[in-house]
Design a protein. Structure first.
Length: 86
């Protein structure tokens, strides 16, 4: 593994880990009032495209981070639709 991938894994760990508390808090409180569904959908599509790009350039750091983040974004979209007060 070269030093560029080490930097990539460090960035991936920090940015992915920063997103996980929001998923946990939303799951525990079921409060989705602060979440915007259009933003979550755009974020999900953007992360999906980053994942495709990471696969294309064969970057393990991008593939692992975006795989985890896409699951997190999907969970937040699911929570938003499930717990939204109608």
């Amino acid at each position: 593994m070269n030093y560029i991938e080490i930097i990539g894994f460090s960035a991936a760990t920090l940015t992915t880990a920063a997103f996980l508390p929001q998923v946990y808090k939303t799951w525990k409180t079921k409060d989705v009032s602060g979440l915007s569904l259009p933003m979550l959908v755009m974020f999900f599509v953007g992360i999906f495209l980053w994942l495709v790009y990471g696969i294309y350039i064969k970057s393990p750091s991008m593939i692992s981070a975006n795989t985890i983040t896409i699951v997190s974004a999907f969970l937040l979209m699911y929570f938003k639709m499930k717990y939204e007060k109608r």
